[in-house]
Design a protein around this ligand. Structure first.
Ligand SMILES: [Zn+2]
Ligand SMILES: [Zn+2]
Length: 86
């Protein structure tokens, strides 16, 4: 699967732009996997990786993404955070 990253502000205006990553950071909450009735480990990781992007038109935004549980596919929905312009 190809990861598509597009500027949400430009997409809204049906405009096009190039997107440049600004870096990412991760939270470090402690958590432990739990084991279900079949003894299968579930990794419901509350830690988010926040990636920052800037588009060629100057919009800046962050995307928080979460890891998927390998046992059941559970995953917190990604949060899209539009940051104010720098
Ligand atoms: Zn943009
Ligand atoms: Zn799970």
């Amino acid at each position: 699967m190809t990861l598509i990253v597009q500027c949400p502000a430009c997409a809204e205006q049906e405009d096009e732009s190039k997107v440049f990553p600004l870096g990412c950071s991760a939270t470090l909450l402690s958590y432990a996997p739990y084991y279900d009735e079949q003894g299968v480990a579930h990794y419901h990781d509350p830690n988010a990786t926040t990636s920052s992007y800037r588009c060629s038109k100057g919009h800046v935004w962050n995307v928080k993404s979460y890891k998927e549980c390998p046992a059941c596919g559970w995953r917190k929905a990604d949060d899209l955070v539009i940051a104010p312009k720098w």
